[in-house]
Write a protein that binds this ligand. Sequence first.
Ligand SMILES: NC(=O)c1ccc[n+]([C@@H]2O[C@H](COP(=O)([O-])OP(=O)(O)OC[C@H]3O[C@@H](n4cnc5c(N)ncnc54)[C@H](O)[C@@H]3O)[C@@H](O)[C@H]2O)c1
Length: 499
Amino acid sequence: MQPTRRRAGAWEWRCRNIRGIYVGALDQVVLSRAVFDTVSGSLGNDAGTAAGAGKPAISVIGLGYVGAVSMACLSHIGFRMVGVDVAHEKVRCIKEGRSPIVEARLEELLSDGVAKGRIDATQNLIAAVLETDVTFMSVGTPTSPDGGCDFTYVRQASRGIGQALAMKDGYHVVVLRCSVPPGTTLDVVVPEVEKASGKKLGQDFGVCFNPEFLREGVAVADFFAPPKTVVGTSDPRAAAVVSNIYKAVDENVIFTSIAAAEMVKYADNVWHATKVAFGNEIGRLCKRLDIDSHDVMNIFVKDLKLNLSPYYLKPGFAFGGSCLPKEVRAVSHIAHALGVRVPLVDSLTVSNHAHIDQAVALLAPFAGKRIGFLGLTFKPATDDLRESPTLELMSALLAKGETLRAYDPNLHLGPMLQGQIDYVKHACPAQAKLMDNLQAITVADAAALVEGSDVVVVSHATDEFRNAVMTRSPHIHVLDLARLFKDLPEDATYQGIAW
Ligand SMILES: NC(=O)c1ccc[n+]([C@@H]2O[C@H](COP(=O)([O-])OP(=O)(O)OC[C@H]3O[C@@H](n4cnc5c(N)ncnc54)[C@H](O)[C@@H]3O)[C@@H](O)[C@H]2O)c1
């Protein structure tokens, strides 16, 4: 190695070989002093002086929207950053403190980072990883021809990280920032890194999945005031490294499993897309009805109790009752009559039936057994049977010839119940057989229902039903439609409909 010239905050070295392994010459393999020190077994002093002492040096693979913003913002809070991209022009931009994309404040922070000697960039991935303690991966994950996720860039970058780790002695943390299907970090990234490095997850390196929630256009502002910071981790050591990186912008990092963190990103974006599509469908319908859609939605968003709130968002059983199914049908009907397309609204009933079908499928292994139902009304604390999805599930099972029994503390045998039964028979002829048998299959208490069943289906998360399930005989199975327990029982006889 021959030192060539000195630049602000970093020694640069022209290099063809690290420990005898050729590392390529994508941009003439310019390495900093820190690389040299790392290769020699310690982290460079430059990392400590150019950036805050004790802060890990961070490499960022992929200098697009996510990577460039990470470079700029993390350098701003004192980290020494080394960016990597296969695109020469992007590397040049970052090295010169210019923004490769249009993004408010990005160029200001990049040029400041370069001036302070905290930012460098290279096309040499291996060199960058060797120079740093943590590697953020933010390469593209486009849609593959079959509609899935194209892992080409993720695999290439992972292999490069692995090749670098093969030459590195210390512990390294790999942080995947790309939006990827659940399982990608552990099933794609880790095997590639382990194969190329010969090293072991947990022992030689840690992985985290840290989804990016920035919005283009206000990405820098979002970085410093994130809606949330989520980290899925392989082990506490990796978690500690990443939470230390983020503590200046978010002290309340949410730690979870890697797969949950991967899924959160998809759930977020599907939800955002759902909101946009929903608002637009309401807008199209309002336009046709000569109503100002912004008047409607400005009122809609004022409801922080039911509309913009966690309410209705936790997985459970299908929607039902006297309002939701009826009103969804009504809006579809109005729109169709006016020639307005509302495919999202139309899909809600289809989706709801798919959820009931899921319950039918989960009960298929219990064909011929005694199936007991705890809770018949469409939700707890009401005696309203109208459009209860539990009745639809029971009717489907009855049509298959299954033996059913039921208990609901709010339904009392007698003339009042008969009135409800007559109403349901009138409104929903498909449930007539169940309604004719309802009084006969209803038992007087939860314990009797549970002990007389081979499988119990629970549709209300009440203390009474929770206790009945917890004290049941061990051979009795449970299908939970209502999420009775926050922490799921480790019990082979228990399963939830969507957890
Ligand atoms: N753009 C956003 O607003 C946003 C927000 C959140 C999450 N994401 C996700 O983050 C990831 C990156 O998104 P983006 O918009 O920044 O992508 P991008 O396409 O703008 O940038 C990706 C960069 O990675 C580089 N690259 C590809 N393979 C490489 C390799 N092997 N080595 C080095 N560089 C390589 C490309 O040249 C490109 O510059 C994607 O998974 C995306 O879904 C994007």
